[in-house]
Design a protein around this ligand. Structure first.
Ligand SMILES: C=CC1=C(C)c2cc3[nH]c(cc4nc(cc5[nH]c(cc1n2)c(C)c5CCC(=O)O)C(CCC(=O)O)=C4C)c(C)c3C=C
Ligand SMILES: [Fe+2]
Ligand SMILES: [Fe+2]
Length: 339
């Protein structure tokens, strides 16, 4: 029997169904993670179980219902499964590709048990977030390490820290966007998931970079290479470079803010309003923090912000679809798996 190598793909997670009960259970697991709501456990418990889950649960469930597919269920889980199958085909039978969600199902514990049963000699962990954040990639890595540390035999294991500048990833986003003829749009947005500014400062080990100067993240170098914001700007500038976009033809912005403290700016909602006020009529929006379409791309950008733009006088807001089953992205994952 040939020894097999394992790959663990992990995305964020999604509720089991769009019912209020399942959405509340998912939100509680997600937001009780100390890397996501990074405050003292007493306050986190009060905030999450006492406020966010009871009040946000019904609202989020209604949003999930807008994108839930009768056949395929959650888009995030559906496209993640597709990516798992395509990667398995690409790598062949000497590899075992397992899929997990950091929160909800399929769990990381179940996927790791499958890899253990398949007796893989080596595991490559790929958190499906191109840009590193403690709340996402960091949290996945912590949980995998906790689990594997209890195995009698710990296999060779390695972690992809980020892949925000991987040529095949940039090529996959650019190929998706090219179909829409970006130059025919009035403006292009690169809208990334936001993060609380406080979490960026925590990741700035040297206290030498974040928020020290304006536009500190628009260059990418040794000082800020672990900064989520700098990695987002870098991804956007690489995609823009492939599409030959002029710097004044695109804007990097941040969506999906939660709570009252300042998050990464500018906020996508403000940028959209501002562009409409300037008389821009047609917008093309990339979401390069997400490799699979999900609530944040399909509902927040494709429905909510599209409506906001049209209400403010815009004529068209086109979402560039996620990488989903992109063959170039499958090759990107294979390159990451092989290391
Ligand atoms: C792409 C990277 C992501 C980062 C960074 C991230 C940080 C982050 N998110 C929240 C709160 C919520 N996020 C929610 C949904 C959601 N977030 C990501 C990715 C990142 N989050 C994805 C892919 C999704 C979609 C999941 C799906 O099922 O489709 C939600 C739930 C939806 C809602 O109620 O709006 C919350 C809440 C925080 C607090 C945070 C960083 C601290
Ligand atoms: Fe999120
Ligand atoms: Fe930074």
């Amino acid at each position: 029997m040939t020894a097999k190598q394992g790959v663990l793909l992990v995305n964020l997670g999604t509720p089991d169904s769009p019912s209020v009960k399942d959405v509340r259970r998912y939100l509680a697991e997600f937001l009780m993670d100390g890397r996501v709501i990074d405050v003292h456990p007493f306050w986190r418990n009060l905030l999450v179980r006492g406020l966010i889950v009871p009040f946000r649960g019904p609202r989020s469930a209604a949003l999930y219902r807008q994108v839930w597919d009768a056949q395929n269920g959650s888009p995030l889980l559906h496209y993640s499964r597709l990516q798992q199958q395509l990667l398995q085909q690409e790598l062949g039978e000497t590899w075992v590709v397992a899929l997990a969600m950091r929160y909800g199902n399929p769990s990381i514990a179940a996927a790791m048990a499958n890899l253990q049963n398949a007796k893989v000699t080596r595991i490559r962990v790929i958190a499906l977030f191109p840009q590193y954040a403690s709340a996402t990639t960091g949290s996945v890595h912590q949980q995998v390490m906790d689990l594997v540390s209890r195995w009698p035999v710990i296999p060779e294991i390695s972690f992809v820290n980020s892949f925000h500048d991987l040529e095949l990833l940039i090529g996959a986003f650019a190929a998706n966007g090219r179909k829409y003829q970006p130059h025919s749009y009035d403006h292009i947005l690169f809208s990334f998931h936001g993060l609380p500014q406080r979490q960026l400062l925590k990741s700035d080990h040297m206290r030498a970079h974040c928020f020290q100067t304006t536009n500190c993240c628009s260059t990418f170098d040794a000082k800020n290479r672990h900064c989520y914001s700098a990695q987002c700007h870098h991804t956007a500038s690489l995609i823009a470079g492939q599409l030959q976009l002029r710097p004044d033809h695109f804007t990097v912005c941040f969506q999906s803010r939660l709570g009252r403290e300042p998050w990464l700016q500018p906020y996508t909602s403000d940028v959209i309003r501002q562009l409409a006020a300037e008389g821009k009529k047609r917008l093309l929006v990339f979401c390069p923090a997400f490799v699979a379409d999900c609530l944040e791309t399909l509902q927040e950008i494709g429905l909510e912000y599209r409506k906001a733009f049209l209400d403010a006088g815009g004529e068209e807001l086109q979402l560039v679809e996620g990488l989903n089953g992109s063959p170039v992205f499958t090759r990107a994952l294979a390159a990451l798996a092989r290391g």
